[in-house]
Design a protein around this ligand. Structure first.
Ligand code: NCD
Length: 290
């Protein structure tokens, strides 16, 4: 049984194995390879892409899928997170996919839950399958990680996508350049000026401002944010010829990314979403020892 909780505990080799499996799955191999397994998707926080791409991945593998509706569950009667997960385990399901607002929620479960736990995002800490789909997209584009330069721009402090990506990308030999507003800085990283970095980057990854995690409103307007940190067409024209644009989505058009940039030639945003299905198939297979 293999959980997927944090990418930082996986070796480079394990990560490459997942990516290679995802690429094979994208080519049409492995359909129905987890036939009959029952997987429950427990999302305690809103999600479109992660939740439904897990569901598509499970269906393609032949699993039976239970989608948990937190708003119509006994959580509303005060049932705890732990008791909810334990209940699903007691039904005899084979794996759980969990997203929670709480950082490292899985610490309450590991050792007590005997089925694989796949982390679909915990608080501001980790988002392993998002990073894997980002890595798959980069690998398919460049055929390597070593030496690539990526700018990650936006609300770094509250972004589990940034935290997971920076750790794994640096470990795989990429160089991460971090930029974004003062109020969302994470002091563990060094910051660069976005406009000065653009010409040198192989990848520019924009992040959404995570308003739902902030206690205070952003101190600058959306227009001001767009002017300072938004990827506009003018900035796109300054990118290297082969460079690409990424965003985990949901994106705010005309805030962190201009409307006409979302689907421009350099954008791989919808390719990322597409790849999400295959990395999720790969991690489910891994969980079942495949
Ligand atoms: C991200 C998340 O939920 O962490 N979205 C996603 O999973 N694709 C990023 C975000 O919500 O901004």
């Amino acid at each position: 049984m293999k959980h997927l909780l944090q990418l930082s505990t996986l070796t480079k080799e394990e990560i490459m194995n997942i990516l290679q499996d995802a690429i094979r799955l994208e080519q049409g191999e492995g359909l129905d390879s987890a036939k009959g397994k029952i997987v429950a998707n427990l999302f305690f926080e809103p999600s479109t892409r992660t939740q439904y791409s897990f569901q598509v991945a499970e269906e393609k593998l032949g699993c039976k899928v239970i989608s948990f509706n937190a708003a119509a569950s006994s959580l509303q009667k005060g049932e705890s997170f732990y008791d909810t997960v334990k209940t699903f385990e007691s039904f005899g399901i084979d794996a759980v996919v969990i997203r929670s607002r709480q950082d490292e929620y899985y610490k309450d479960l590991v050792g007590k839950i005997q089925i694989p736990i796949l982390n679909a995002g915990d608080g501001v800490k980790d988002h392993p399958t998002q990073s894997l789909l980002d890595l798959m997209t980069i690998y398919q584009e460049f055929g390597k990680f070593e030496g690539l330069k990526i700018a990650i721009v936006g609300d770094i402090k509250y972004s589990r996508v940034a935290h997971t990506n920076i750790e794994v990308m640096e470990r795989l030999g990429m160089k991460c350049y971090i930029s974004g507003p003062e109020e969302y800085r994470d002091e563990q990283y060094e910051y660069v000026n976005f406009d000065q970095a653009i010409e040198e980057m192989d990848i520019i990854m924009l992040l959404r401002v995570q308003h739902e995690r902030h206690e205070q409103e952003m101190s600058i307007s959306k227009e001001e944010y767009h002017k300072l940190y938004g990827l506009t067409m003018e900035r796109v024209h300054r990118m290297k010829e082969h460079a690409i644009i990424m965003h985990p989505a949901p994106f705010n058009r005309n805030v962190e990314i201009a409307d006409d940039v979302v689907e421009c030639d350099k954008s791989r945003i919808f390719k990322q979403i597409h790849n999400g299905v295959y990395v999720r198939m790969a991690v489910i297979r891994r969980a079942f020892g495949g």
